[in-house]
Design a binder for this molecule. Structure first.
Ligand SMILES: [Zn+2]
Length: 571
C-alpha cells in the first residue's frame, strides 16, 4: 500500500512536470534558420513563457513539447528567422515626418519645383515653405540646388533642407537680410557665386534664418502616437528590436511612457545623443548627473551607447575626410573650395575629455563619424582610453564610418571596436560619391568583407529618419533590402561596387540578428533561435537562403513574434 502510494505520488509528480513542460506554441513543418553558432537549420520550434523552449525536428518537438493547450502553427515549409534588428533608427522623427501629410518623393529639381508650387498654392503669402530633407547625392542632377532652382515662386520664402546645409530662394535671402556683404556666422558659411553674390546655399548657419519656427508643433499625445505607430511599422517590416540612435531626454521620456502604458510594440535600445556644441565641462556635468547608463533598463527598453556627432554628412559634403572633395564636390555639394575636407565638430581634446567621463560612468562609447578623418579622430580617442584600461569590454563602436581604410580597420580589430553600418547608402549614394572620390576612392566604402575577415562585429542599421514607407523612406528600413545590398553591393544604377566586399547571405543575416544583439549587450538573450532565448522570430514568405538573389529584397514578413506573442500578421 505504502509502495503503491509512493508510486502514485511519483507518477503524479512526473505528470505535473510534464504539464509544466507543455509549450504555449509550436511552429512546425518549416525551415528554422537558427543563427546559432553552427548556423544550424531545423524544422520546428517550441515557445513557452515568452522564451524558446526547444528547437528540433517537427516529430521530436510535437512529441516532446505538445500539450492539450499548445497552439500549433503549421509553417507549411516557410522559413523562420530570428527577429531582425535595425541597429540605427530615428523613430520619433520618422514617425512625425508624415504624421499629418504624406511627403512626396523628391528625386529631381522638377519634383522639388512641383512641390514648392503645390505648397505655395495653399500657404499664405510671406510664410515659409520648407522642402523636406533631400540629399543632392540622391537627386538626378547630382547637384546641390541654388536659389534659381527654388525661385519658381516669388511670394514665399523657401528653404531646401539638406540637414546641416540648407538652400534659400531669393525671397528668403532678402527676408533674412543675407547679401554679398553679410559676414559668415561662426563656424558657418554663406556660399557665394562667381560674382560674389550669395547663391542660396548656407552651411551650418541656422542663426541667419529669420522667422522660421522649424520646431514642429505636436502635442505629447501626438508624439506618443507617432512614435508608437512608427514602432509598429518596424514590427511589420520583420524587426523585433531597434536601436534608436538619437534620443534626448524628451524622447527617452516618450519611450518610457509608451512602456509604462503597455504601448511599446518593439524592443528598443536607446542611444543618448548629447549636444556636441556644449562645452566639455557642461557635457561632463550632464553625464555625471544622468540617472542612466549603458544597460540600465530591461529586455524591452534599455540604454545603449553614449553618442556625439563628430562630423557632417557625406550626402552634403561635410563629412570630415582624409583628402579633399575635389572638383566634382563643387558641383555636388555647392562647395567653393575644392581643397575642403569637410568639418570636424568636436576637437580631439574635448572629445577625449568627454568620452573619458562617459566611459568612467559605464557608458558604451560611439560617435557619428562618416568621413575617414573623423573615423581616425575617434580611433585616436579610443586608443588613448584603451591605454588607460582595455576598451573592448565596452563594445564601443563607430557609427557609419562610411570611408574606411585598412589601417583604421586594423586599429578597430586591435581594440575590439564594432561597426554600425548603413548598407542602403551604398545603393542610394554610391553612384554620386563615386563621381567625387573615383572607383578606387570607394574601395573601403562600407567594407563589410574586410570587417568580417578582421573579426569585427558588424551591426546593420538603416538610419531611418524621414518617411513611413519601408522602401521609399529616407533612409529605407526594409531589412531585406539592406541584406540584399550587403550580399550584392549593387547600386541604384545596377552596377556592382567593389564586389570583393560582398558578404554571404548567412553573414548578412547575422548583421541584422546576432551581431547587433552583441553590440547591444543582448547576445545571450536574443539574436538567434536557441533554447532559453527570448522568442523573437519572423516568418517570411520565401526562403531567404535559397531564393533567387534579386528576390531577397522582395521578401515580406508573414508573421512577427516578440517574446512569444504574435505581434504582426500579414493580411
Ligand atoms: Zn542617425
Amino acid at each position: 500500500m505504502l509502495r503503491t502510494g509512493r508510486c502514485l505520488a511519483l507518477l503524479l509528480g512526473f505528470a505535473a512536470l510534464l504539464c509544466a513542460a507543455d509549450a504555449d506554441l509550436i511552429l512546425y513543418n518549416g525551415k528554422i534558420v537558427t543563427v546559432d553558432s553552427r548556423f544550424s537549420i531545423s524544422q520546428a520550434v517550441a515557445v513557452r513563457g515568452g522564451t524558446i523552449a526547444a528547437v528540433g525536428t517537427s516529430d521530436a518537438i510535437l512529441h516532446s513539447e505538445r500539450g492539450p493547450k499548445t497552439e500549433l502553427i503549421d509553417l507549411d515549409g516557410r522559413t523562420v528567422l530570428p527577429g531582425l534588428v535595425d541597429a540605427h533608427v530615428h523613430a520619433l522623427e520618422a514617425g512625425l515626418s508624415e504624421y499629418r501629410a504624406p511627403l512626396p518623393p523628391l528625386d529631381s529639381f522638377t519634383a522639388i519645383q512641383q512641390f514648392i508650387r503645390a505648397q505655395a498654392a495653399q500657404t499664405p503669402k510671406g510664410q515659409w515653405i520648407v522642402v523636406p530633407r533631400t540629399f543632392p547625392t540622391r537627386l538626378k542632377e547630382m547637384r546641390m540646388p541654388t536659389h534659381e532652382v527654388l525661385d519658381v515662386d516669388s511670394e514665399h520664402p523657401v528653404l531646401f533642407d539638406a540637414s546641416y546645409v540648407v538652400v534659400l530662394n531669393s525671397y528668403a535671402l532678402k527676408l533674412c537680410g543675407i547679401g554679398r556683404d553679410t559676414p559668415n556666422p561662426p563656424g558657418g558659411e554663406i556660399v557665394k557665386d562667381a560674382s560674389g553674390e550669395p547663391n542660396g546655399i548656407l552651411k551650418n548657419a541656422p542663426s541667419l534664418i529669420k522667422g522660421l519656427d522649424r520646431t514642429a508643433h505636436f502635442s505629447q499625445a501626438e508624439k506618443l502616437d507617432a512614435l508608437e505607430q512608427q514602432l509598429k511599422r518596424y514590427v511589420a517590416a520583420g524587426l523585433t528590436t531597434i536601436g534608436d540612435r538619437g534620443t534626448n531626454p524628451e524622447q527617452i521620456a516618450l519611450y518610457e511612457k509608451l512602456k509604462a502604458t503597455g504601448r511599446l510594440p518593439i524592443r528598443a535600445v536607446l542611444t543618448w545623443l548629447a549636444n556636441n556644441s556644449l562645452p566639455a565641462a557642461e557635457l561632463q556635468r550632464q553625464i555625471e548627473a544622468a540617472p542612466y547608463t549603458t544597460n540600465t533598463g530591461d529586455s524591452w527598453l534599455k540604454f545603449g551607447a553614449f553618442k556625439l556627432i563628430l562630423d557632417g554628412g557625406m550626402t552634403i559634403g561635410t563629412a570630415f575626410q582624409r583628402y579633399p572633395y575635389g572638383p566634382f564636390g563643387k558641383q555636388l555639394y555647392g562647395k567653393t573650395n575644392p581643397d575642403d575636407r569637410g568639418q570636424l565638430f568636436v576637437p580631439p581634446k574635448k572629445l577625449l575629455a568627454v568620452m573619458r567621463t562617459a566611459r568612467d560612468r559605464g557608458w558604451q562609447l560611439a560617435t557619428h563619424d562618416q568621413g575617414g578623418g573623423a573615423v581616425d579622430a575617434f580611433l585616436d580617442c579610443l586608443e588613448a582610453l584603451n591605454r588607460e584600461k582595455p576598451i573592448a569590454r565596452t563594445r564601443s563602436h563607430l557609427i557609419h564610418a562610411s570611408f574606411q581604410s585598412p589601417e583604421a580597420i586594423a586599429r578597430m580589430k586591435k581594440m575590439g571596436i564594432l561597426a554600425d553600418v548603413q548598407a542602403a547608402w551604398l545603393y542610394l549614394d554610391a553612384p554620386a560619391l563615386e563621381r567625387v572620390f573615383g572607383y578606387d576612392g570607394m574601395r573601403y566604402f562600407y567594407p563589410l568583407r574586410s570587417y568580417i575577415d578582421a573579426g569585427i562585429v558588424v551591426a546593420a542599421g538603416s538610419d531611418h529618419m524621414i518617411g513611413h514607407d519601408k522602401n521609399r523612406a529616407v533612409n529605407p528600413y526594409n531589412p531585406f533590402l539592406s541584406m540584399w545590398i550587403e550580399v550584392t553591393r549593387r547600386t541604384g544604377r545596377g552596377e556592382v561596387l567593389h564586389p570583393e566586399q560582398r558578404i554571404t547571405r548567412a553573414e548578412a543575416l547575422k548583421t541584422h540578428t546576432i551581431w547587433p544583439a552583441y553590440l547591444q549587450f543582448a547576445e545571450k538573450e536574443r539574436g538567434s533561435i536557441e533554447p532559453g532565448k527570448l522568442a523573437d522570430m519572423v516568418v517570411i514568405d520565401r526562403d531567404y537562403l535559397t531564393c533567387p538573389e534579386p528576390e531577397i529584397k522582395e521578401i515580406q514578413p508573414v508573421m512577427t513574434m516578440i517574446g512569444g506573442k504574435i505581434v504582426y500578421r500579414a493580411r
